[in-house]
Design a protein around this ligand. Structure first.
Ligand code: MRU
Length: 372
């Protein structure tokens, strides 16, 4: 748990986090595959354990996976089972291989790559200076790993405040006579997806704290249900007025409600402003334009990738088809967690032409659909 934002008018209950570190430095994550039904904390002691947790989606969310990757390396390098290095070059070689490995766990979100690049810069500087102290290099790496996690929380708090101010003014502020804004979000961008407070959900939380929020509508976000499982949990924990919609209902919602803004996070923003985010974001942007609704992307600088020119250069991760053919949830008759298949047998698993499943995890929203 982390304390809620200090500046708001409305007090908030504590927010759930996906990562915690105890006094001995042990890193733990909440297993997001079991949320919202069970809260189970699991230790992550090595980069290999972090890799497995990221790959299996026990932890997900662009900034959160970057934090976990960095913290797992710091924790391992500080532990009694850390490898011993004879020379600074041995340490550099180990860290370099480890960050390459961690970065390969998920390809689309650039925050992870950015965090690993910061560690690579430490290694390069060490080489350039011809450092003779192995300890100095290891300490520098550990310092940067901690910063990756801590800076994310600070950035989210400021983005929340700035984003809320921007949207409130854009919709006419006090003069509009509105008691609060109706906004829509997709996927999960709150304290579970980041180091705390959230990106798009950070803006929604800030609106709520300032008494400028009417309702936060959130899409279920199939096939992985980040909305119905995780955003739902975050908003109910914070007691923010909210209403879940199915992904197919966005058009209807825009036709029937006076929506003030669509607020989303991002996994990678490239040079021309094109933005990769959770699947379903692009269709929300197209519909928002049709209905003249501001479309806001909320992302920290670690999400910006100036090495790519346009959205077509972004590597879009495709997830295993079982993530679309099966649903995980609570069996209300037995009270146990279970996984059920919702398709005929073989769909997504067989090799017949009628058994295929298309399951990209992200889509790209062209810059022209994003409000300036
Ligand atoms: O559940 P994921 O890891 O596949 O989702 C990625 C994201 O975190 C979202 O796309 C989100 O909008 C990024 S901002 C926290």
């Amino acid at each position: 748990m982390v304390a809620a934002a200090p500046s708001g008018k409305k007090p908030l209950p504590d927010m759930m986090t996906s990562i915690r570190i105890d006094k001995s430095g042990q890193v733990e994550i909440v297993d997001q595959l079991l949320l919202p039904h069970s809260v189970v904390w699991q230790p992550v002691s090595t980069p290999e354990e972090a890799f497995a947790a990221i790959k299996s989606m026990k932890i997900r969310g662009a900034p959160a996976i970057a934090s976990l990757a960095a913290l797992s390396l710091r924790s391992y390098l500080s532990s009694s089972s850390a490898p011993s290095f004879d020379t600074p070059s041995d340490a550099i070689k180990y860290v370099r291989e480890t960050v390459d490995y961690l970065q390969s766990s998920r390809p689309t979100a650039v925050n992870l790559g950015e965090a690993m690049d910061r560690i690579r810069t430490v290694l390069k500087d060490g080489e350039a200076k011809n450092t003779s102290s192995t300890e100095e290099i290891v300490e520098q790496v550990k310092k940067v790993c901690g910063e990756v996690h801590e800076e994310d929380l600070e950035r989210n708090m400021s983005m929340g405040r700035l984003g809320a101010e921007w949207l409130w003014k854009k919709r006419g502020g006090e003069k509009s006579g509105k008691k609060g804004l109706k906004v829509v979000t997709v996927c999960n961008t709150g304290s579970l997806a980041t180091s705390g407070y959230g990106t798009a959900i950070g803006v929604i939380t800030a609106l709520f704290e300032e008494d400028q929020l009417d309702t936060a509508y959130y899409a279920q976000t199939t096939p992985y249900h980040q909305g119905s499982r995780l955003t739902s949990l975050e908003l109910t924990t914070l007691q923010i007025p909210a209403c879940m919609i199915c992904d197919t209902m966005l058009g209807s919602l825009f036709q029937h409600e006076d929506i003030d803004g669509v607020i989303v996070g991002a996994d990678r923003v490239v040079q021309n402003g094109d933005t990769a985010n959770k699947i379903g974001t692009y269709q929300a942007a197209v519909l928002a334009q049709r209905h003249n609704i501001p479309f806001m992307v909320v992302a920290p600088v670690t999400t910006i990738d100036l090495s790519l020119s346009t959205g077509t250069d972004i590597h879009i991760e495709h997830r295993p088809s079982i993530e679309a053919t099966q649903v995980r949830g609570l069996n209300t008759e037995t009270g146990k967690l279970s996984v059920v298949r919702i398709t005929p047998e073989g769909v997504g698993e067989g090799d017949k032409p009628w058994q295929r499943v298309y399951n990209p995890s992200f889509d790209v929203t062209p810059a022209e659909l994003i409000s300036k």
